[in-house]
Design a protein around this ligand. Structure first.
Ligand SMILES: Cc1cc2nc3c(=O)[nH]c(=O)nc-3n(C[C@H](O)[C@H](O)[C@H](O)COP(=O)(O)OP(=O)(O)OC[C@H]3O[C@@H](n4cnc5c(N)ncnc54)[C@H](O)[C@@H]3O)c2cc1C
Length: 393
């Protein structure tokens, strides 16, 4: 026991660990061989059990129907969820906290989108990235033009994760005209709104049931009541979302690394070459030792970042800390997966092997929610503006 986790966090960890090991991991290979998709009754079972054990809207206050967990408890859970491949852990409602904060002032938005989302009855997807705007979010060309009591939305959005499971978009656009022209704004857009076109669903490196399609919005008319927050407040919500997701990615990367180290260690102890287990070879020991050391460091950073949020750290400082946690953990997990493939040898190149799947799947953690280069820029800006003492002392 290397970290003084409070008893409730430990209890959550043990409960979710059992769920992942007994219910999710046994279906990984079937999912891998079937484009990430399991038989409907198995997916339904995963969702039901997740709900029964309390996995639902972890970050949302209890009075709104969420689990009301601390960030430390959430990262401990995310770590366990990160141990399973093929995104089989995406089986519960994960309403982000920014949504509640942004929509609290609108009973209409709370009742129409947020509360059903918390209950797992409705599902959102994020339409921010465009063909010519990814890291540089401010380069988006999507527009929102006010027309009477409505907005007219135009633009094309890429990599819209889980759009095939969602029933509404969070659409990010720049305001065209009006006092806040050029400022960012977010909108709830129901999927059946007129003018939404599914352009195509590209294939990606991983095999997930959740796809990442490209959508075009052609003069999509939405009521002004669908605008999230005030005109021009969009980027703040997007930053909140990025922070939350980056910490989650850090935790899931730690979980993946833990599983890979366990599996590679077990294999190394039993695989005999040249008359003795490969675990006795120093080169294998070094790979496992480096992996464990790097995992521990990443986990400590992730837990501490979560505790800082729970303690009410300033949002700007948290932004840099979450970037450091994501950068460090995602790069660490990539190295660990590469070593695990090497330790498994030829078996590590087979899709039925967990190391092969994680080797591919973990790659995106250095890209989505901000690439490693963008995390480094955020960290450097934080260092220049706030100084080391504010960020890490
Ligand atoms: C599987 C997947 C799912 C995704 N899901 C979603 C989603 O649900 N919703 C959504 O809106 N987006 C989503 N994205 C988009 C994702 O967030 C972007 O791909 C990511 O932010 C990078 O943007 P880009 O692909 O346009 O790369 P670019 O911004 O074009 O970057 C290309 C390269 O240049 C580097 N680079 C760019 N600027 C700098 C700089 N200033 N300094 C140094 N290097 C730089 C980048 O680090 C990268 O290596 C998803 C992407 C993937 C792959």
């Amino acid at each position: 026991m290397s970290y003084p986790l409070p008893a409730p966090a430990r209890a959550w960890r043990d409960k979710v660990r059992r769920f992942v090991a007994e219910e999710l991991i046994p279906h990984e290979v079937a999912a891998e061989m079937n484009g990430g998709v399991l038989a409907p009754e198995i997916t339904a079972r995963h969702k039901r059990i997740a709900k029964e054990i309390g996995l639902s809207a972890l970050a949302i206050p209890r009075e709104l129907g969420g689990a009301g967990l601390s960030f430390l408890e959430q990262v401990v859970i995310q770590e366990e969820i990160g141990k399973v491949t093929n995104a089989l852990g995406w089986c519960y409602s994960s309403t982000p906290p920014w949504m509640v904060e942004a929509c609290a002032g609108s009973a209409h938005q709370m009742e129409t989108w947020v509360k059903p989302n918390i209950r797992g009855e409705r599902h959102e997807c994020y339409a921010i990235t465009e063909a010519e705007a990814g890291s540089d979010v401010d380069a988006i060309q999507a527009t929102a033009r006010r027309e009477g009591d409505d907005y007219i939305l135009n633009g094309e959005k890429w990599h819209v994760t889980s759009a095939n499971h969602a029933d509404h978009f969070i659409f990010q656009a720049k305001l065209a005209g009006g006092p806040h022209a050029g400022a960012h704004c977010l909108f709830f857009v129901d999927m059946d709104a007129a003018g939404i076109v599914l352009v195509r669903t590209p294939a990606y490196t991983h095999n997930y049931a959740a796809h990442h399609p490209i959508y075009r919005f052609d003069n999509v008319r939405v009521p002004a009541a669908n605008r999230i927050g005030e005109e021009g407040g969009g980027m703040e919500f997007t930053y909140d979302w990025f922070r939350y997701e980056r910490l989650g990615i850090a935790a899931r990367c730690c979980g993946a690394a833990q599983r890979l180290i366990d599996e590679a260690t077990a294999f190394a102890k039993t695989r005999v070459a040249f008359g003795k287990p490969i675990a006795e070879q120093q080169s294998i020991q070094f790979m496992l030792a480096d992996s464990l050391t790097e995992l521990w460091a990443a986990r400590l950073m992730t837990y501490r970042t979560a505790e800082e949020i729970d303690a009410g750290i300033d949002r700007k400082a948290s932004h840099a800390q979450c970037a450091m946690a994501k950068l460090n953990a995602s790069e660490m997990a990539g190295r660990v997966a590469d070593r695990a493939v090497q330790i498994f040898g030829g078996r590590g190149y087979m899709r039925e092997n967990v190391a092969e799947r994680f080797y591919r799947e973990l790659r995106v953690d250095r890209i989505w929610e901000g690439t490693s280069e963008i995390q480094r820029l955020i960290i450097a800006h934080g260092l220049y503006k706030r100084g080391q003492a504010t960020l890490i002392e």
